[in-house]
Write a protein that binds this ligand. Structure first.
Ligand code: SAH
Length: 345
């Protein structure tokens, strides 16, 4: 348990030690110890509050072809859709009424949404809801595009690094994409003053303890304000259709580790975690997460934003189910609050 004590004491480890740490993922006592410390840290910085984000999946068109993703450009079976500015605003209106004070606009890398169009959307949302934070999650862009969107009023940006290992990155993505470019985006976003979210899938094809150790090392170095992790779940129309899903237990273990590495991080219990385990989101919160992101997309569109098979989108993970979700959060002793929920640093 030396390595666990060291992580708790120092808030970081050396590469080889991360590998040793990850070998404890199935050790009950180790899992408990990390969980306890993770929850202690979370409560130290954020109390017993859980932040809500309204997720608006506004386009499923994508120019990329990530091998794991159901909406990759080459999947001809997807029925594509785009939301207009008015439709996006009406999602926000519904969300505002439900108590959301952060909206996340997520989509594929859709060239239809030029800088001008995105600026217009960002300005419209911020003008209508000046007390809300706006998060974008629309992939890789130039420094100049990120700068324009930041000036238009975007507060935060989610861009998972997916894996911090070059070779593994190539296994998950086509030639046209690179880890170098991905990292460049993350550092650009940071330098522009966005609250930045990185992250990765747990159990993606080709992931090993070594690549996970590199992910943890990279997260410590980048020091992002948010980290999104969730289990990989295969999608039937992708290259990885027959690959096994990632592990819920390992995801929970990693949530605790990440909370200890980055004590103030905004850490969601993700939809993918809730998809593989019906209590996945509560378990995520109990492992150190402090954010949930219910789906605020128009109901008729949710099925079409299918990143992986069986993605939950109609029950209490959906915005309409917020009352049930809030009750379940109360049951574990915390409160889902109506607040922007900025990084406390
Ligand atoms: N296009 C944007 C955001 C959309 S995808 C971007 O590139 O950032 C959001 C996240 O969903 C991805 O970063 C990926 O980690 C996750 N995801 C995609 N396919 C998945 C799958 N099959 N299982 C689990 N998570 C997946």
């Amino acid at each position: 348990m030396d390595v666990i004590n060291k992580l708790i004491r120092d808030g970081q480890l050396a590469r080889e030690e991360y590998i040793e740490l990850l070998e404890y993922a199935k050790d009950k006592a180790a899992v408990e110890r990390l969980k306890e410390e993770a929850v202690r840290l979370k409560e130290q910085y954020y109390g017993r509050q859980v932040y809500l984000r309204g997720l608006i999946e506004f386009t499923n068109y994508c120019r990329n072809n990530c091998y794991y993703c159901g909406i990759r450009g080459e999947n001809t079976k997807v029925q594509r859709y785009r939301l207009t500015k008015e439709e996006i605003l009406s999602c926000c209106e519904e969300g505002y009424g439900l108590g959301f004070r952060t909206f996340v606009l997520q989509g594929g890398e859709d060239p239809y949404y030029t800088d001008e169009r995105m600026e217009e959307i960002v300005r419209a949302v911020k003008a209508a809801y000046p007390d809300c934070a706006l998060t974008l999650s629309i992939g890789e862009k130039s420094y100049e595009s990120y700068r324009r969107l930041r000036l238009a009023g975007a507060d935060r940006y989610l861009l998972r690094h997916e894996t911090a290992n070059e070779e593994h990155y190539r296994r998950l993505h086509p030639q046209s994409m690179s880890l170098v470019a991905r990292k460049r985006c993350l550092y650009d976003l940071k330098s522009l003053g966005y609250q930045v979210g990185a992250g990765f899938m747990v159990g993606s094809p080709g992931q090993t303890l070594e690549t996970l150790a590199e992910d943890l090392e990279f997260l410590k170095e980048l020091n992002p304000e948010m980290v999104g992790i969730g289990p990989f779940i295969p999608h039937h129309d992708t290259v990885f259709a027959d690959e096994p899903a990632g592990s819920v237990e390992l995801t929970l273990f990693l949530l605790s580790v990440i909370r200890i590495l980055l004590p103030k991080v905004l850490l969601p219990a993700t939809t993918a975690l809730g998809t593989l385990d019906e209590n996945g989101r509560e378990k995520g919160l109990l492992a150190g997460a402090n954010v949930v992101m219910p789906n605020l997309s128009p109901k008729g569109r949710r099925k079409q934003y299918e990143l992986y098979d069986n993605k939950i989108c109609t029950g209490e993970e959906a915005a309409e189910g917020i009352a049930v979700l809030s009750r379940r959060i109360e049951e574990i002793g915390w409160t889902a609050v109506s607040a922007r929920g900025d990084y406390c640093g």
